[in-house]
Design a protein around this ligand. Sequence first.
Ligand SMILES: *[C@@H]1O[C@H](CO)[C@@H](O)[C@H](O)[C@H]1NC(C)=O
Ligand SMILES: *[C@@H]1O[C@H](CO)[C@@H](O)[C@H](O)[C@H]1NC(C)=O
Ligand SMILES: *[C@@H]1O[C@H](CO)[C@@H](O)[C@H](O)[C@H]1NC(C)=O
Ligand SMILES: *[C@@H]1O[C@H](CO)[C@@H](O)[C@H](O)[C@H]1NC(C)=O
Length: 479
Amino acid sequence: MLALNSSLFFLLLSLLTLQCLTAASAACHVDDESGLLAFKSAITHDPSGMLQNWKSGTDCCKWPGITCRAGNRVTSLSLTGQPGKQNSFLSGTISPSLVKVQNLDGIYLQNLRKITGPFPALLFRLPKLLFVYIENNQLSGPLPRDIGNLTQLNALSFEGNRFSGPIPSSISQLTGLSQLKLGDNLLTGTVPAGVSRLKDLTFLSLERNGLSGSIPDFFSSFSNLRILQLSHNKFSGKIPNSISSLSPKLAYLELGHNSLVGQILDFLGNFTALDTLDLSWNQFSGTVPKTFAKLTKIFNLDLSHNFLVDPFPEMSVKGIESLDLSYNHFHLGTIPKWVTSSEIIYSLKLAKCGLKFKLDDWKPSETYFYDYIDLSENEITGSPIQLLNKTDYLVGFWASGNQLRFDLSKLRIVKTLKYLDVSRNMVFGKVPEGITGLEKLNVSHNHLCGRLPPSKFPASAFQGNDCLCGSPLSACKKS
Ligand SMILES: *[C@@H]1O[C@H](CO)[C@@H](O)[C@H](O)[C@H]1NC(C)=O
Ligand SMILES: *[C@@H]1O[C@H](CO)[C@@H](O)[C@H](O)[C@H]1NC(C)=O
Ligand SMILES: *[C@@H]1O[C@H](CO)[C@@H](O)[C@H](O)[C@H]1NC(C)=O
Ligand SMILES: *[C@@H]1O[C@H](CO)[C@@H](O)[C@H](O)[C@H]1NC(C)=O
């Protein structure tokens, strides 16, 4: 009892002294201040004033983007540009003198867009560094061969830069990583086999590079992987069998835009945690396994641009958000029930899916969230007028190459609509004024007639109709 009391007393006492110390030394450490001011001086342009309050002689722990711990030492630098805001960027380089900020455990320089220069070698001289997120900037050149020296790291992201050349094999030494994100760079070569040693990875992204060779068959070593993004590369060969060992946890599997071949294997149906599956733009053939019926949590499914054939399995999803089965060899006939009944769907793309029905008869349970509908190259009849009257936030509607027959002047063109393509149908009537605000339009090869409203679209958007006239087509005859 007594022992407990006294240790409690000492705990309180030490907490109190710690607090006094923190209060007494409010201003930041001189090395940190000079390191951060050097960082600022290598920034040549800061139009949104991200660093304007970084002023010598003021407490750097209070500067925007700076966190201090353990009294007065700066532990993290975090500057983020806002994607939508044009002036929210920093140009310049990362000053090597940032190394003076010796207690840094996190560097977050995200969406600053115009930071240039090579791989920041100062990372090698920050022994406490755990988290590096230098994303959406313009760093370039090779990744250093010694990158594997950064063994203390928990997370490494250089997503969205211009690093080129191979992924150094020493990356296999970064065994503490839970996230490795090198997507959206210019990396080439194969994935080093040693990546299999990064057993704690939860997030591996190498998408949008020029990586080639086969996808290594090394996934049995990853028991915690939730996100695997390898899309938009030049990977060839089959989906490796070891991917099946990721089934209990994997939520995102993105292999689209590669040159993968073979069947979609049954084991993918065992990925019961899957939220997103992207196998688009490959050369997958055969049928989609019946086991897909077990993917009850899937929200985003993109199998478009492959050589897949019927029958498409009946899915039992709670609700699909986006579905793209376009440009395979399917003959779906009608839009599947599990799609029509989804109350959260915002994107439906079923181009060239062998659809053959009257559009007026399609009654989706919910139309509120629809942004994109692509039903091009099918044998759909009827009219989209009812549908577009209910989709209040539609951004794109594509239905070229069908047998739609409706009066274009009666089509409701909602404010959000940017893309409209109903070319090669049997559309009649006049072209309404409402099309002027669209970004892309194609109403060619129909039975439209009358004077065109003013627009910026080329003649090919209107060609092949019965009697359209006015710019960009030939002038209307005076009547
Ligand atoms: C990486 O570590 C090796 C061995 O300790 C060392 O010789 C080398 O200089 C280090 N590289 C860098 C860039 O720090
Ligand atoms: C799916 O998982 C079950 C249970 O773990 C297993 O018995 C079955 O073999 C797996 N199916 C495939 C195709 O891998
Ligand atoms: C469009 O919807 C409005 C409001 O729900 C309704 O009054 C109108 O008749 C509809 N128009 C067509 C062409 O269905
Ligand atoms: C419109 O579609 C036609 C036929 O599909 C095509 O030839 C033409 O290039 C397209 N024009 C525009 C502007 O998209």
